[in-house]
Design a protein around this ligand. Structure first.
Ligand code: PSU
Ligand code: MN
Length: 305
């Protein structure tokens, strides 16, 4: 049953009612993570990849106060160019609805809305996590949401701008499995590996679906399925870290903090890398969307829990 406070597109509602595979996609990467027009191109390419793999895409946002699952193509285009879009994590959903704001949803809010609609698989670029600066205490709400909402988040690991060892420790503490797709090493977003172990390696979408189903059946909540950035777009770690040091310095000088820090760093890295991080971000988002659709197809073939 889809709750009355949420709007589902007709296509997504029909697929869910029939038990056909659906993949949730988030909107913060469109409104805040990527610049125009790469953002719209990437959103469309991710939706096309989901369809090509046999599932229905459902991009999620809060549309002028209405939680919406399955944006239309014209809504995608509007969101990609809109100014003043709220970046809504879990805690901001009430404000976005109560004050009728146009809000892009982060991983945490997208998970919550996907789950409310009955969607079990969600693809993004990279999840949030613990930020690197020792003086700044900043841990993404994505981690807490993974600990309480049973959605499989397909990503290229956590963003390379983060403290990845701390992020993985927090996920372990919260009981969130981290599956590596054909890898034992946790992917680091633009950088293909972080030399840190995942909790379990899987070889196929079917194995990922089996692990996630078992986790949820035994009372578990969210899980991460991480695949590396495609080789032809991935960035060598040493090169990336030079850009990151400059971007972090710039963020400190500009006194950027809170929800603005991630978009600031991503934009600065795109400039410093001459667009290479953008190319990597786009490639990994599309690859994750395809894998998420493959897992959604497997889950739809299992008897519903
Ligand atoms: N993946 C991307 N680009 C992004 C994000 C993910 O390729 O911009 C977004 C997600 O919405 C994620 C958010 O939840 O970045 C993390 O923000 P914060 O660090 O403020 O929690
Ligand atoms: Mn934060």
């Amino acid at each position: 049953m889809i709750p009355d406070w949420l709007t589902c597109s007709a296509e997504v509602a029909a697929a869910l009612a029939d038990g056909r595979p659906v993949v949730a996609l988030e909107s913060t990467l469109i409104a805040h993570g990527l610049p125009w027009p790469t953002n719209l191109e990437t959103a469309r390419e991710a939706e096309a990849a989901v369809r090509a793999a046999g599932a229905v895409p459902a991009t999620i946002a809060i549309w002028h106060g209405v939680p919406t699952v399955g944006l239309s193509d014209s809504q995608l285009a509007e969101l990609a160019q809109a100014k003043g879009v709220l970046k809504a994590s879990r805690r901001d959903m009430g404000a976005a609805v109560g004050l009728k704001r146009l809000a892009a949803t982060t991983v945490s809010a997208t998970m919550a809305l996907a789950h409310a609609a009955g969607i079990r698989v969600f693809a993004t670029g990279g999840i949030g996590g613990a930020h690197r600066e020792d003086e700044i205490f900043d841990i993404s709400a994505d981690l807490t949401e993974l600990s309480r909402t049973p959605v499989l988040v397909v990503c290229a690991g956590a963003k390379s701008i983060l403290d990845l060892p701390r992020t993985l420790e927090i996920l372990e503490t919260l009981g969130v499995p981290v599956l590596g797709y054909r890898t034992e090493e946790f992917p680091a977003f633009y950088v293909s590996v972080a030399k840190l172990p995942v909790s379990c390696r899987v070889e196929t979408a079917s194995e990922a679906a089996a692990v996630f189903t078992a986790h949820v059946r035994m009372g578990g909540s969210g899980a991460v399925l991480a695949r590396s950035c495609p080789d032809d777009a991935a960035i060598p770690a040493a090169e990336f870290h030079e850009w990151l040091c400059v971007a972090e310095q710039d963020a400190q000088e500009a006194r950027v903090s809170g929800p603005r820090i991630t978009p600031f760093l991503l934009a600065r890295l795109a400039e410093l890398s001459g667009g290479r991080t953008l190319k990597a971000n786009r490639a990994l988002i599309v690859a994750n969307a395809r894998l998420a659709a493959e897992v959604a197809v497997e889950l739809a073939a299992q008897p519903r829990p």
